[in-house]
Ligand binder design. Structure first.
Ligand code: G3I
Length: 378
């Protein structure tokens, strides 16, 4: 064989080896590239992690989350009832796994939540004889809970949903047990306690339907008042549990602007887009049946029709255009779940439906909405 042919074949072998290495490197990089990388100069992109994913150590789901997201929120495992079913009984397993996963993947770790009207054992609000606890005794219980929970993860959790959903949609205080027993300053107390336990954590008030004008105005007024009193409230969480048909991006933008104007950071904390027929606008006379399962209320069992897939992608695109327009005001956009298979909307407000509110399908594959959001950053 001539020398030049040997040289040629040797160079070809080197070239193909280099190409293989390069392709592997690209493949590796592609493995590491997710939606978070497309938005890294705008805001963090997060997801909620279910307790079962954590306890099963679901490597497929956790691998997808590590690749695609740089912020995480525990969907349920840090709520009072799951983590402290009885006063002296704590179940740290899922919460510890959650924090460990976030640290290992260098993520923005959100604690959810410290004070909420829901998923709190009723004994929390009772005295020894089962009557209603006094304001002072409940204050001590709140302090103890925050000290133990936020204290355990001090310096590890970057932000806490300190108080969840203290305001009604009609722009009034939710008459929760916290409110009824401690009055409205239960909120300020919770923030002060959380700040005392972990001064480094970014503290958030978190609510839904924040696009409803009267609710938006009430929340803005509440936060303004607290800030004037020196309450350490640094962010407001817009949950953004949206429908494919509303509320308008105009109302979403107004809320972002109103909160930025009072000097708090905006967090989109629980974004999903419900594609199923709403039951909320049924005549109230049907209130007892509006939650009943009927086939016509669950139209996409066999899969999402192309035109609905497109409508969903367009809805997310319109929403993200607003978020990008106000990227300077927004720290994070968190989806309330990763795949359609795990979304709470399969069972709310009607159990057993097939919904499609998120970016990944039941087979863990990115949906067309995912690519639409990447295209916004091309
Ligand atoms: O883990 C138990 C299981 O052991 C038991 O067999 C089963 C029986 O019903 O219940 C399971 O707990 C459920 C839990 O989700 C885990 O699946 C609770 O009943 C159920 O109420 C709980 O629903 C969660 C809901 O909050 C209430 O905590 C949803 O998953 C969660 O997505 C939803 O998230 C809330 C946010 O925290 C606050 N903002 C609104 C948002 C939607 O409601």
């Amino acid at each position: 064989m001539s020398i030049s042919r040997r040289v040629f074949l040797r160079n070809a072998a080197i070239a193909s080896t280099l190409l293989t290495i390069k392709n592997n490197a690209i493949a590796k990089a592609a493995e590491r590239t997710g939606i978070k990388d497309f938005y890294k100069d705008d805001f963090r992109i997060g997801t909620a992690i279910s307790t079962s994913t954590l306890l099963k150590n679901d490597e497929h789901m956790l691998g997808l989350i590590a690749r695609e997201f740089d912020a995480i929120t525990p969907e349920n495992c840090m709520k009072w009832e799951p983590i402290r079913p009885h006063d002296k009984e704590w179940d740290w397993a899922a919460a510890d796994k959650f924090v460990e996963f976030g640290q290992k993947n260098n993520m923005y770790i959100v604690g959810h939540n410290l004070v909420w009207h829901s998923q709190v054992p009723k004994e929390v609000f009772q005295n020894e004889s089962g009557g209603t606890i006094t304001k002072d005794a409940l204050t001590i219980k709140m302090q103890d809970h925050i000290a133990k929970l936020a204290g355990r993860y001090k310096g590890k959790i970057h932000a806490w949903d300190v108080v969840n959903e203290a305001v009604e949609d009609n722009g009034s205080w939710r008459k929760s047990q916290w409110y009824k027993i401690m009055g409205e300053d239960f909120i300020a107390k919770a923030f002060r306690m959380a700040h005392e336990v972990d001064p480094t954590a970014h503290l958030i008030y978190n609510d839904y339907n924040t696009e409803t004008p009267v609710k938006r105005d009430f929340i803005v007024g509440m936060v303004k008042k607290f800030k004037k009193q020196g309450v350490p409230i640094q962010g407001v969480g817009l949950q953004e549990h949206l429908s494919i048909d509303g509320p308008s991006v105009g109302e979403i933008e107004k809320t972002i602007l109103a909160l930025a104007n009072i000097g708090v950071r905006v967090h989109v904390t629980e974004l999903d887009v419900d594609v199923l027929p709403s039951v909320w606008n049924l005549p109230t006379a049907e209130v007892s049946t509006r939650f009943d399962y009927t086939p016509e209320r669950d139209p996409y069992i066999q899969g999402l029709p192309k035109q609905v897939e497109e409508k969903l992608a367009k809805r997310y695109e319109d929403i993200f255009k607003i978020y990008l327009k106000h990227r300077d005001k927004i720290d994070r956009v968190t989806l309330w779940g990763t795949t359609d298979g795990e979304t709470w909307l399969n069972d709310f407000p009607i159990k057993g439906r097939t919904n499609y509110p998120l970016l990944f399908d039941r087979g863990f594959q990115p949906k067309s909405v995912y690519f639409r959001l990447l295209d916004l950053k091309k």
